[in-house]
Ligand binder design. Sequence first.
Ligand code: PLP
Length: 391
Amino acid sequence: MNVPLSRPYKAQRALEYLREVLESPYISTGPFIERFEKRVAEISGAKYAISTSSGTAALHIIVKALGIGAGDDVITTPYSFIATSNVIIYEGATPVFCDVEKEHLNLSVERVKECIQRKYRYIGGKLVNRETGNTLKAVMPVHIYGYPADMEKFLELKEKYGLFIIEDSAEALGSVIKINGRWRMVGTLGDAGVYAFYANKQITTGEGGVIVTSREDIKNLALSLRNQGRSLASEWLLHERIGYNYRMSSVNAALGLSQIELLDEIMKKRRESFNTYIRLLKDVDEIEVFEEEDSVRTNWFVFVIRLKEATLRDKVAEYMKNKGVATRPYFSPPLHLQPVYKNMLPYKEGDFPISEDAAKRVLALPFYTGISEEEQRYVVKVLKEALSKLS
Ligand SMILES: Cc1ncc(COP(=O)(O)O)c(C=O)c1O
């Protein structure tokens, strides 16, 4: 049996919506964009949703819209996908990494606090980096694997230091966290957040992303920046600022709409498959799985295990591959050890021990909407086989 790592869910209405787009004059920009954006805003609880060509484009626009650029620092996590830190670098700003917490591998609020106190001092109302003279402008937590970061505490930091909070919630559409007794979707809690729609996400548009925000100034700038710097009132060939072509097409939006309409059903199926894995893996002592705390509900984006014995991870992955089961070591190497950053950022091995350790132990198993119990049983059988042969 072959089990892929992920498989896009195809909603029944997809063909109907795609036909509607193809039969209309609006293949690029058109009504499906607004319909999709409206649905994202409704579901997330954000005031505005602005679609983009990718999650990376969405994050980049937020960094730019907040005026973050050369001479600015943004604190973020080294345990993420590289788009998180690249968008900071695109604007000439500097990513400052802080380690993650051990339980769910999200940016640690404690490490961030410690980093602010150690690296920065207040000068003229700004947090100035003692070494570089840069100004700390923002913190960018990532809800890794869809698991909500500790937003309540990050919002306290925002309040205390006057920082922007950018949520990289690319993986977290549908994940909620209880704040003051109310369930809120992550991505909508800071100044702005993003959701991404690549084919491995629970909702896919093929390629695509969306910015969610309740700040009107960010919304207006985002609309202009994604659209070659035109203003809302501009003629097609009038440009007010340097912008980008970061627009989503109607074809992508139609696909996205057909899926987001089924978000509840998709989440329910994923939760069931998630619980099936938990049940099947109960007696596997060589691994740990990530538990959900009472104050959060994840969106069951990927299913990752953490091997207790780090040296086994790659061998297990190889064994499973040979038996037709795709897996992925996440996030290996972590961002601070990526070759591209070697001569760009001042980090070395040993700087972020929890991220580095996780990068050696974490393995994603096949997981997608509609994965069958038979497929999951096969994955677990092969995993157990690998562990017993290789341990
Ligand atoms: C944490 C995180 N940030 C940003 C992105 C970028 O999204 P995209 O691939 O749509 O550009 C991803 C993509 O998977 C991601 O996982």
